[in-house]
Design a protein around this ligand. Structure first.
Ligand SMILES: Nc1ncnc2c1ncn2[C@@H]1O[C@H](COP(=O)(O)OP(=O)(O)OP(=O)(O)O)[C@@H](O)[C@H]1O
Length: 461
C-alpha cells in the first residue's frame, strides 16, 4: 500500500489558441475524474493563474503575439515544479530535442496518436509526482519517528534502546565504547553522539587505527616537531590537538600496539599531549569515543590490551546488533539508502516492490548495513523502472559466480580496466562519483560497467 493516501487532484492547464483543439484536449484529459483541467485560449489569462502552480501545462508553442520560449521561461520561473508538455502542429525532432534541453518535459505532435501519447505521458508524470510525495512523507516519518539526526535509521526495539543510550551519552562528557560487527554503523553512532552533544560546534575527528601503519600512528595522533625524525620536514599537529574542544573517535582501538597504548593512557590521565620531539606540552580537552569489532575484554585476558586503558576508555557501552537481528529495520534502512542514492545521482526516485523486499529480507548480510547499501545501490542502477523488482537484486553469492573466470591469468585490456575501476570502487566505499572524479572518467562509464556486470558496488570477497 502506498504511504501517500488521498493525493489531491492533478491540475492540468491547457494553453491553446485553437478553440476546437483546446476543447478536444480538455475533454480527453477530463475523462479521468482525478484530473482538474482548465483551458486558456490566451496567454494573459494563463499568466494570471500561473502562480497556482499547476502540476502539468500543455503548451501550444506557436501562439500569436508570444514567443513559446518566453512563456516557457515564465513557467519555469513562477512554477518550477510544473511539468510542461509542448503540443505542436509541427512534427520536428530537432525542435523537440531543443525544447527538452530548455526544460520541456515532453514534445507531442498534433496527429492521430496525440490522444494516446498525452494520456500515457500524463500517467507517467502522475506516478513521478506521487513517488516524490511518497519519499517526502517517508523522509519526514523516518525523521520524526525513527531517526537520530537525519542519518541513523531504526525502529526495532534494540535500535530504540540504542537511541536512548546515545541521547544519554550526548548529554554527558563520559567516554563511550561502541562495539559491533563491521558495517553496523559504529562511526555513524559516534558522529550522532558528537552532533547531539554540547561539543557539536567543535571538530569531530575520526582516526582508523588499523588503517595507519604502526610506525606512523604516534605522529598521526600526537603530532611532531620539525626535524624530530628523518622525514619530519615540517611541524605537524596531531589528531588530539585537531580535535581540541571536540570529539576524537578512535576506530578499531583494539589494533593499537601495546607501547602506544601506554602513551595514550598517560595523555588521557594528564590531559596534555607532547608532540614528538617537542619540549613543552599542549593542554587538551577532548572527548574520546572508541570502537572495535573485537571483544576487548578477551584481548585484555590475552595480554594484548592494557586493562587500565580498557577501563579508562570504557564509559558507556553501546553494542550495535547485526542487521540480521533488526527485523524490518532492514527495509526502513534500504528505503532510506535508496532515496539518498537516487537523489545524489539525479535519478528518478524508486521504490522497492513487495517481492523484492522479501528477497532483501532473506539474506543474512555479513557486511551489515554497508553490504545492504551496496546491494540497494546496485539494484537502483540495474532497474530500468521506478520500482525495484527481485531480478534487480544481486546478492553477493550470485555475484561471485559471475566473477569466476576460467582463465584468471589471461586478461584483455577491458578486464584490466574493469579491475582498476573495481579497486577504486572498493577503496572509495563504492561511491561512483568519487571514483569517476579520481580516475577522470565519466560516471556514466562506471554505471555502464555496472550494468554490464564488469564491476560491482560491493566487496568482491
Ligand atoms: N542505522 C543506519 N541507518 C542508515 N544508514 C546506516 C545505518 N547504520 C549504518 N549505516 C550506513 O552504513 C555504512 C557503514 O556504517 P559505518 O561506517 O558507521 O559502520 P562501522 O560499523 O563503523 O564499520 P567498520 O567496522 O567497518 O568501520 C555507512 O554508509 C553508514 O552511513
Amino acid at each position: 500500500m502506498s504511504v501517500v493516501e488521498n493525493l489531491p487532484p492533478t491540475t492540468i492547464f491547457v494553453l491553446e489558441d485553437d478553440l476546437w483543439y483546446s476543447q478536444f484536449l480538455s475533454y480527453h484529459l477530463s475523462l479521468n475524474p482525478d484530473h482538474r483541467v482548465e483551458v486558456f485560449n490566451d496567454v494573459d489569462s494563463f499568466m494570471s493563474r500561473l502562480h497556482e502552480a499547476p502540476d502539468i501545462v500543455t503548451l501550444d508553442y506557436y501562439l500569436p503575439g508570444y514567443a513559446g520560449e518566453t512563456i516557457l521561461k515564465k513557467i519555469m520561473a513562477v512554477s518550477p515544479s510544473t511539468y510542461t508538455l509542448v503540443v505542436s502542429g509541427q512534427d520536428d525532432i530537432s525542435k523537440a530535442v531543443d525544447l527538452m534541453k530548455q526544460g520541456v518535459h515532453d514534445y507531442i505532435a498534433k496527429n492521430d496518436e496525440t490522444k494516446e501519447r498525452i494520456w500515457s505521458i500524463v500517467e507517467k508524470i502522475k506516478q513521478n509526482i506521487s513517488l516524490k510525495k511518497e519519499i517526502e512523507v517517508l523522509r519526514k516519518e523516518v525523521k520524526q519517528k525513527y531517526s537520530l539526526g537525519t542519518e541513523l535509521v531504526g525502529s526495532s526495539e534494540p535500535m530504540q534502546k540504542i537511541f536512548t543510550l546515545v541521547e544519554k551519552a550526548s548529554n554527558s562528557n563520559i567516554n563511550v565504547t561502541i562495539t559491533g560487527e563491521t558495517g553496523t554503523g559504529k562511526e555513524l553512532i559516534a558522529k550522532a553522539i558528537h552532533q547531539h552533544s554540547n561539543r557539536s560546534n567543535k571538530p569531530f575527528v575520526a582516526v582508523n587505527i588499523s588503517a595507519i601503519p604502526s610506525e606512523l600512528l604516534e605522529s598521526e595522533l600526537f603530532g611532531h616537531e620539525k626535524g624530530s625524525f628523518t622525514g619530519a620536514t615540517h611541524q605537524r599537529i596531531g589528531k588530539f590537538e585537531e580535535a581540541n574542544g571536540g570529539t576524537l573517535f578512535l576506530d578499531e582501538i583494539g589494533e593499537m600496539n601495546i607501547n602506544l597504548q601506554s602513551k595514550l593512557l598517560r595523555i588521557l590521565q594528564e590531559r596534555e599531549v607532547t608532540r614528538i620531539g617537542a619540549k613543552g606540552t599542549v593542554a587538551i580537552d577532548v572527548r574520546i569515543l572508541t570502537a572495535t569489532h573485537r571483544n576487548l575484554i578477551e584481548e585484555v585476558k590475552k595480554g594484548n590490551f592494557r586493562e587500565d586503558l580498557y577501563y579508562r576508555l570504557l564509559g558507556i557501552q553501546v553494542h550495535l546488533p547485526p542487521l540480521r537481528e533488526r527485523g524490518h529495520d532492514l527495509l526502513l534502512i534500504a528505503q532510506k539508502l535508496l532515496a539518498d542514492f537516487c537523489l545524489q545521482n539525479d535519478m528518478t526516485p524508486k521504490r522497492i516492490s513487495p517481492d523484492a523486499q522479501k528477497v532483501l529480507l532473506k539474506h543474512t548480510y555479513p557486511g551489515n548495513v554497508r553490504e545492504l547499501k551496496a546491494v540497494v545501490e546496485l539494484a537502483a542502477v540495474l532497474s530500468d523502472k521506478d520500482v525495484i523488482s527481485p531480478e534487480d537484486i544481486q546478492l553477493p553469492e550470485q555475484k561471485q559466480d559471475l566473477q569466476t573466470s576460467p582463465f584468471p591469468e589471461e586478461k584483455t585490456l577491458d578486464e584490466y580496466i574493469a579491475e582498476t575501476v573495481q579497486k577504486y570502487l572498493d577503496k572509495y566505499n563504492y561511491n561512483v562519483l568519487s571514483v569517476a572524479d579520481k580516475l577522470k572518467i565519466g560516471k556514466s562509464t562506471i554505471y555502464r560497467m555496472i550494468r554490464k556486470r564488469e564491476v560491482y558496488l560491493a566487496d568482491k570477497n
